[in-house]
Design a protein around this ligand. Structure first.
Ligand code: IPT
Length: 265
């Protein structure tokens, strides 16, 4: 009784916390968990093969995949149940992912209610389906108020990349508020702003995305769009096990929500 998890880099906070939650739920259900981590050079198929070689009964795939890549992985796994955690929404595969729309909408409404109209975006890598979905959700929310992002920056999810991205705007091209695609990049962005003496939230507001376990411990504590990573882990294991047992699964929508802390004013 073994489940396999193919995951993106576990040096990143969100995938690490998701893996931990999956491990916990799998154990509680009497399953052993084998983890294969994508390396930058290899492709998804290699990572999945590592799991198949260890004779797992079913697989969770937390690798950023477009629809075509997901279909290939699905095929590679034959008749074994597979559930995707980071895939283009229109992909014709079983998925378990948080929807960005609600949280993104709440984040934008919150900034507008505070009087901000000059809102910038710091997005994740273009290669990631979830980063693209977050960007689309922000754009939609902004355009429902006749706004568009006044600047669009990109990072690679790491704090270092958030720091570097902000250097492009400092010292004097800052928006009133910044929507950041994950909390780790928000951490780096905040570091750059602190170094330049920019007050958060007095001079610039920041909203992150994820709500990792550390985000309440930033200085100041981070306002962010929450994906409940614990719940994501539990729900994905339960759904995979239901499929394994041949039970019909009605996917419940996982809905993001804004968590108000102290980086917006
Ligand atoms: C996604 C995180 O939100 C982001 O911060 C980054 O860590 C990324 O994973 C790495 O691939 S969560 C994923 C289940 C969409």
């Amino acid at each position: 009784r073994t489940l396999g998890l193919a995951t993106s880099d576990l040096a990143l906070m969100a995938p690490a916390q998701i893996a931990s939650a999956i491990h916990e739920r799998a154990a509680a259900q009497g399953y052993h968990l084998v983890i294969a981590m994508a390396n930058t050079a290899g492709n998804a198929q290699d990572t999945v093969n590592e799991l198949l070689a260890q004779r797992v009964d079913a697989l969770l795939i937390n690798l950023p995949l477009d629809a075509e890549q997901a279909a290939q992985v699905q095929q590679q796994c034959g008749s074994k149940p597979v559930l995707f955690l980071d895939v283009e929404q229109h992909a014709a595969v079983s998925q378990c992912q948080y929807q960005s729309e609600s949280g993104a909408q709440q984040a934008v409404e919150h900034l507008i209610a505070l009087g901000h109209q000059q809102i910038g975006v710091l997005n994740g890598p273009e290669s990631s389906a979830s980063a693209r979905a977050r960007f689309t959700a922000w754009q939609r929310a902004l355009s429902s108020h006749q706004l568009q992002p006044i600047c669009v920056l990109h990072g690679d999810w790491s704090a270092a990349s958030g720091y570097q991205a902000l250097l492009q705007l400092l010292p004097d091209r800052l928006p009133q508020a910044l929507l950041v695609a994950n909390d780790q990049m928000a951490l780096g962005a905040m570091r750059a702003l602190h170094q330049h003496g920019v007050k958060i939230p007095g001079e610039m507001s920041i909203i992150g995305y994820d709500d990792t376990a550390e985000s309440a411990w930033y200085q100041p504590p981070l306002t962010t769009v929450r994906q409940d990573l614990q719940q994501l882990g539990a729900v994905s294991v339960d759904r995979l096990l239901a499929e394994l047992a041949g039970e019909a699964v009605q996917p419940l929508p996982l809905v993001t929500e804004l968590v108000l802390r102290e980086t917006t004013a």
